[in-house]
Design a protein around this ligand. Sequence first.
Ligand SMILES: NC(=O)c1ccc[n+]([C@@H]2O[C@H](COP(=O)([O-])OP(=O)(O)OC[C@H]3O[C@@H](n4cnc5c(N)ncnc54)[C@H](OP(=O)(O)O)[C@@H]3O)[C@@H](O)[C@H]2O)c1
Length: 332
Amino acid sequence: MKASVYTEYGPPDVLQLKDVGKPVPKDNEILVRIHATPVSFGDKLVRNLNEITPGKFHMPFLFWIFAKLYFGIRKPRITILGSEFAGEIESIGKDVKKFREGDQVFGYLGSRMGAYAEYLCMPENGVLALKPANMTFEQAAAVPYGAIMALSLLRKQNIGPGQRVLVNGASGGIGPAVVQLAKYYGAEVTGVCGTPRLEYVRSLGADAVIDYTQEDFSARDEAYDVIIDILGKSSFSKVKRSLKPNGRWLLVSFKTKKLLQMLWTSIIGGKKVICALSTEKAEDLVFIKELIEAGKIKMVVDKCYPLTQAAEAHRYVEQGHKKGSVIITMEE
Ligand SMILES: NC(=O)c1ccc[n+]([C@@H]2O[C@H](COP(=O)([O-])OP(=O)(O)OC[C@H]3O[C@@H](n4cnc5c(N)ncnc54)[C@H](OP(=O)(O)O)[C@@H]3O)[C@@H](O)[C@H]2O)c1
């Protein structure tokens, strides 16, 4: 089969189209013919891991060490990127009960990766579900990562009607799903993003948008119940004044200092810092599929590139102009 393979870390050009062995499903696995996979934050990060110093890494130092050991210190150990996908089941192992040949599915591979290829195998109990009937493969491929993370993070926050939520980083992989889920739960939502993506975030249902290149949201005279910070770009000393008395600053990316702030604010009460880690469950993906089919969540695709142009797709994302998801498709 064809795959976009990289054998050294570096710029987009390290991605090369190669012939590799087609995987064979084990008894409990399905073989998926992949139609589409997006370019995600993780793909860009891992492709360029040798450039990512602990300072550039958005998580604690220990996580950086684990990432280096897992993905390879000098050279990539996992040579095919792509953590989410949409496609069609070509064959199944003899013990598979939940899926059948011909089912259209979408799924999340996480750090295992491997979706920049024509085929992949995964266990039937992995994070996998039938594709939403009202989405194309290109749209569905970009759903799992952001939606599963957003659902897992928001569920614990009891967000509901009457609450005000601000999403700092509303236009990337996770933010759009946070905006749409917070709206689904009934909150009033403000999305913060860069200038080119203001209209995109508004189109996702945000009640208000703020351009972080023009304005610091924490300088506004506004108060929120929850501020969700995707990249952990702000500081508690600033964010505090934008939180209601029992407000929460929910950090999706955080350093050790913020973990200590979480500990401290959990003791003293009042405004809280919460450093959250998501969990990935197949039943969450099934719930997301149902929300999509009910018209509660949508996915905006900006551009599609064939697998032969995976490097070009990465270059486009790195230029910072994208307004929605950038998708790699297996068909020319
Ligand atoms: N806690 C967990 O369990 C967990 C799980 C998965 C991932 N993560 C973390 O989540 C992060 C990736 O999230 P993602 O996939 O959504 O990333 P992404 O696709 O790169 O999106 C980043 C978002 O942040 C915005 N942004 C960039 N600079 C900003 C600034 N100075 N101020 C405010 N917003 C800014 C971007 O806006 P524009 O593009 O419009 O400029 C965009 O909306 C990583 O740090 C990863 O480690 C955490």
